[in-house]
Design a protein around this ligand. Structure first.
Ligand SMILES: *Cc1c(COP(=O)(O)O)cnc(C)c1O
Length: 469
């Protein structure tokens, strides 16, 4: 099909043809393969030139229809070099996983389905996959049979849904229907969190009207773990927010010490386990998650540790009635039956079939494969910590999971080294403040990272450091 025909002919005819002759999709596949073939040769962060070229997207709103091949070509030519290489083995920024091939492929298929995973009536298939995946997740994390799951876009939404459920239940116990009456003049809801709680927790507390300033902060130890003795007296009107995987150090709150006592008070315990909850799947590491089953709700990502493509988070909750009531929607056209309607467990209504990639990942890896994946990330992290120490750097945290906090002898050197590492194109890490020190955060979260990637990256650190002097 040539450009002229698309523009002057019937749009619909053009699109029928595109669906039928598949050339557009072949083109996309060709670009995707070209992208993936170049991963090894590319630096983790786009070059200055690639970023500057993104200016080509600054265009006026098109009035007439474009040529689909040219649109794809533009995306590949200017978009592909402008990406940050999350799928490569030497990207250690934030906490960002790679992509499992089976999940990526399943997602492609799912995109052709274009399912609305909201209701059983809109997709019996997605309802089935969610039902099965929910059961598998309970087993993987060792959670009770009454735990329900909602498949959301990420941990932030999962935290939001969990805290909404907690807020609903706590107020309902005091005779207050939050859905009907709102928060004005409502009885108070206490929120207790560790001083190292993730920004997603603060965001959710704000969005839910609970107020950041009302949070009762609990002191943490030198690894960022909540100190059990510092927790205030809890009661049924309290939400206690714990953490499996500190976003900087990777540390875990001492759940067993905290949860047993907290559960007796009737407090709602939420565990934010965005990347760390997966430690529960490893024999070697599940000492870190002992006691998580005593919580009331959990938030976890598929797109970090499990290496599922983006847009994969899970909210899990023991009190399904609270979760459903908190997220409730009404409409006479909505059809509910005995089969699972996935939207009951999320803050969204319409939703893509995101469970597909998660289902495919678990089906492919199995519990043993997930354990191997998690253990592998940990092993590479231990390797990184040991090699970077040999290279003369300081490691400021206990490397219990997949995070390493690296520092030089002073902040200035650390900042300068980080800048040079980032500019080296060898690997990419971000920085953070860890108590009173600047640190380089290294997060090993991609299945593609090999022992050689680690050694090469440590060499880049050593090189960078030598250039600071
Ligand atoms: C990443 C992260 C979040 C936020 O998750 P998103 O998937 O980015 O929404 C929340 N808590 C912790 C501990 C995290 O690491």
């Amino acid at each position: 099909m040539d450009a002229k025909k698309t523009i002057t002919g019937s749009l619909r005819d053009g699109m029928f043809l595109e669906m039928a002759d598949k050339k557009l999709f072949d083109q996309a596949i060709e670009y995707a393969y070209d992208y993936t073939d170049k991963i090894l040769a590319r630096q983790p962060f786009p070059t200055r030139e690639a970023i500057d070229s993104l200016e080509v997207f600054d265009e006026l709103l098109p009035e007439v229809s474009g040529n689909p091949q040219e649109i794809l070509e533009k995306l590949h030519k200017f978009g592909s070099p402008g990406t940050v290489l999350h799928t490569g083995g030497r990207y250690f920024g934030f906490v960002i996983g790679g992509t499992l091939p089976v999940s990526l492929a399943a997602r492609w298929l799912g995109d052709f389905w274009d399912q609305n995973g909201g209701l059983y009536a809109t997709s019996p298939l997605i309802s089935k996959l969610e039902t099965v995946t929910e059961k598998w997740l309970r087993q993987l994390f060792g959670l009770p049979v009454n735990v329900v799951s909602g498949f959301v876009s990420g941990t932030t939404t999962a935290v939001f849904c969990s805290l909404a459920a907690a807020r609903y239940r706590i107020l309902q116990q005091q005779g207050w229907d939050i859905n009907a009456k709102g928060l004005f003049n409502a009885p108070s809801v206490r929120v207790v969190a560790g001083s190292h709680a993730h920004g997603a927790v603060l965001k959710s507390v704000s969005m839910l009207g609970l107020g950041r300033d009302n949070i009762e902060w609990v002191d943490v130890d030198d690894q960022g773990r909540m100190i059990p003795d510092k927790i205030p007296v809890l009661d049924r009107n309290t939400i206690l927010i714990l953490q499996a995987g500190n976003v900087n150090s990777g540390s875990f709150d001492p759940f067993i010490d905290i949860c047993e006592k907290a559960a007796i008070t009737g407090a709602w315990i939420h565990i934010d386990g965005a990347f760390g909850l997966w430690a529960a799947c490893s024999e070697k590491l599940n000492y870190l998650t002992k006691g998580i089953e005593l919580a009331s709700s959990w938030s976890v990502d598929g797109h970090k540790t499990l290496n599922i493509p983006y847009d994969c988070g899970i909210v899990m909750c023991k009190d399904s009635d609270a979760l459903i009531s908190a997220l409730h929607v009404t409409g006479s056209y909505l059809i509910h039956g005995e089969n699972r309607d996935g939207y009951l467990y999320t803050s969204e209504m319409s939703r893509r079939s995101r469970v597909t990639e998660l289902w495919a990942a678990i089906k492919y890896l199995g519990s043993k494969g997930i354990e191997e994946l998690v253990d592998g990330l940990h092993e590479r992290s231990v390797q990184f910590a040991s090699e970077i120490k040999e290279a003369g750097f300081l490691v400021l945290n206990d490397v219990v999971f997949n995070q390493i906090l690296v520092a030089c002898t002073n902040d200035e050197l650390t900042a300068r080294t980080l800048e040079l590492v980032q500019n080296s194109g060898e690997c990419w890490c971000g920085g953070a403040q860890w108590f009173d020190r600047k640190v380089i955060r290294v997060s090993i979260c991609s299945w593609t990272t090999t022992p050689d990637d680690i050694t090469r990256s440590v060499r880049a650190f050593a090189n960078a450091y030598s250039h600071t002097r």
